[in-house]
Design a protein around this ligand. Sequence first.
Ligand SMILES: Cc1cc2nc3c(=O)[nH]c(=O)nc-3n(C[C@H](O)[C@H](O)[C@H](O)COP(=O)(O)OP(=O)(O)OC[C@H]3O[C@@H](n4cnc5c(N)ncnc54)[C@H](O)[C@@H]3O)c2cc1C
Length: 531
Amino acid sequence: MVEADVVVVGFGAAGACAAIEAAGAGAQVIVLDRFGGGGSTALSGGVVYAGGGTDVQREAGVSDSPEGMYEYLRREVGDVVSAETLRRFCDTSADMVRWLGGLGVPFEASLCPYKTSYPSNRHYLYYSGSEAAGGFRDAAPPAARGHRVRGRGTSGGVLFRYLARAVRERGVRVLTQAHAVGLVTDDGGRVVGVDCRRLTGAPAFAHRVLSRFAAKPGLYLPPLRRALHARAEALERRYGRPVRVRARRGVVLAAGGFIANREMVHEHAPAYRGGLTLGTPGDDGAGIALGVQAGAATAELGTVSAWRFITPPSAFLGALLVDTQGRRVCDESRYGAALGHALVTECGGRGWLLADAALVRDARRQLRAQTVWFQWAQARYLLGSSRRTSANTLDEVAARAGVDPEGLRATVEAHNAAARDGRPDPAGKPSEFVRPLEEPPFSLLDISIRPSTWYPCPMLTLGGLAVAEDTGAVLRADGGGPIPGLHAAGRTAVGLCSRSYVSGLSLADCVFAGRRAGLASARLDTNENVF
Ligand SMILES: Cc1cc2nc3c(=O)[nH]c(=O)nc-3n(C[C@H](O)[C@H](O)[C@H](O)COP(=O)(O)OP(=O)(O)OC[C@H]3O[C@@H](n4cnc5c(N)ncnc54)[C@H](O)[C@@H]3O)c2cc1C
């Protein structure tokens, strides 16, 4: 039998941060991962939401305060966590960036000068949420809080590399190709171990290769992912050997979310169809299921983040997002998940961006300077003939695209009149993004949510196991308090981003909650407050 003080299930950001803290608190730690480790974290954009005056913000000349960060996030995430927990997150945010920096994670104080959904390789600090959008900037002075880990392309791999190095440097044992399939409890209901099925030797090697490619490029090529993952599963069934890993102090579940589990998504969030699985095949809800089998409560399982980014190019902020009736959907300067949410929940997934000739020209001009490769490909596709309908009049373009011409005309007239007279935009968009749309030809770009290779709508689940906010201890469904010996973090648990996601908030939550769970589980008394 394999044995440690703390057993962590899942080697992504949350699991790695839990392991680092548990080992730092003197515990002997084993981390299990079904695949090779890294999870969604290694695929991610590597954006960490942080503020309150981080060293990076200061160096970039960005003024921010924990209070300003709190006021913005309170509006964004509501009461998904208590005011006290959110305040703690904001008060300790600058320290979190220092802690990551201490592990070697590179950040850079290069502020992006334009609004974007993900900065190019020249910028690593940007407005990653809706801070500057109407309705938010009045609550708190906007500040750039998206700290993108320095690295070309999507830099989540760089983040994970440094976390993994820190884990190993602390003497933590990492068992890969180890699929956790059950929790072991003692007679008193305390969680004392994990049952897993492990691969070794040649099957482990083959499984590692298959799962690596299933993660990426499989992320962008779903049929390839399905084929590779099916083979990896077959290896698990045929060669997986049972191993019981005993946990003397506790178990931390950090096995990601459930976006790859169709049945679970259908059950809890049926409106979210046709999206791109933003995660790995490991996001099958296994961590949540393990907790539920031990009697845990869940929350926010119906919350899915659907990303409909319209920038870069930043010129698109001046476009109008309309529905089939030609009505304005929302302030286009909101974060892409807010746009996605409005499209899914209010418009049946259908929506168009209205642009005039001047706006299309500006958008084309900005393409090269403002994009990384996948954004460039998507924007080109959107501006191409498959998704764009053009005509010399609003009535004509509406009729061709299948949008109500009368509704569209009324929307544009109201918008243009307000823009010309210097009155507030009808949808509340800040004035610096507002421009009258007057120059024909007019274009309607179809940004509806449907399966698409070139313009997919990425989706990830945000809900999970209910946890005590001071320790990360998993709570019982029967209201009987924490399950002894069991903690959870990251997308397996309810966290700061579980009601509303803006870029960087999931990774920031993984670090915050992962550290909390690791510290708490290293202690024998799971009810002890770790803060
Ligand atoms: C392309 C992309 C870009 C993104 N960009 C950002 C961003 O810039 N900022 C941000 O905040 N968020 C971003 N996200 C979301 C974010 O990456 C994830 O929400 C976050 O990484 C989840 O971390 P985690 O530790 O909870 O899970 P993961 O990182 O997925 O780790 C979970 C691990 O558990 C393992 N596992 C699963 N089941 C089992 C089992 N039964 N037994 C053993 N091991 C198991 C998996 O193999 C995996 O390695 C992005 C996601 C994607 C896919």
